[in-house]
Ligand binder design. Sequence first.
Ligand code: GDD
Ligand code: MG
Length: 341
Amino acid sequence: MHAVVLVGGFGTRLRPLTYSIPKPLLPVAHMSMLERLMDSLARGGVTHAVLALGFKPEPFMAAFPNDMCGSVQLSYAVEDTPLDTAGAIGFAARTAGISETFVVANGDVLTDLDIASLISFHRQHGAEGTISLTPVSDPSQYGIVETDKNGRVLRFVEKPQPGMTTSNFASAGTYVLEPSAMVRMPGDQKLSIERVVFPQMVADKSLFAMWSNDYWIDAGRPDTFIEANVHVSKRSAQATDAPIHPTATVAASAVIIDSVIGENATVSDGAQIRHSVLLPGAQIGQGAVVIDSLVMGKVGANSQVSNSIIGSTGVVGDNEVCNNASVPAHDPAQVPEKSPE
Ligand code: GDD
Ligand code: MG
């Protein structure tokens, strides 16, 4: 089984982390989102995956030098300009020569969904496309789906305004598609699967959806990225999921609560890390307090950082207070400001 994995977005909501590392390659605990996703695709029977790339393709190729991710054989489709979701799927599926039923996955989703059961639901219903659904508390952040009792999709509304729908079932960013659906996605121009292609399939009564209550999170926002890290670090004893990476240096007097401390990160005497993620190489000075934040750079002694993102080149000096901040605020390499997520 082939899969198209969408990994070409700019990761704007996780800037400035994504100035240096593309969103799907950011670690959740100590393994990238993409490797975790690929593991779950492999468990569902995926053997080949084409990465639909645009922004920063090189780090992906460098991350998988043998073009293998676990047991999955990788190939790459690099867009000249961002084609949006359906444009990217059409382009990548053609580049990989896909001609049978295939899976599509958003690259920032972490889930225990059993993909094999989604595929068999799709086949049983003779669907052109089948969306995996998950219940959410804030429908405005997602593609929201209404179905009839047989699972046929009656409506798909991307990021609904309040009052537009009473459903709280979101598209979980994993789909099964028939190759015939590629006619709707020529892959030579920008096209959204959520705003154009799914509504067309709804009109043709060929789109279905399967609900599941498995663990699911879109880790593409600062709050959900922290939540995903904390969840994974608490649920298993595997080395890739440990709250503190074995190469991290954490002073005995430091306090670490509901947080993940990445590879080669340093936490000095008396520092407190609460509900935060220190990415590989982060350095936290003596007595600093880090709350609800993501840090890849340096935080000076006795500083207080809350609700902030400190990128790899970001430095918070000693004795500073940093709240709701992004450091640095702009990309030194100047990524265009108006860009797809
Ligand atoms: N190749 C390529 N080209 N990939 C892209 C492009 C593009 O132009 N634009 C976005 N992507 C990729 C992103 O990298 C991400 O993996 C995926 O497409 C979805 O984009 P997001 O920006 O993460 O979308 P979202 O989280 O706001 O919403 C999507 O996911 C939700 C579930 O997590 C939608 O599909 C919603 O309907 C869905 O509920
Ligand atoms: Mg997302």
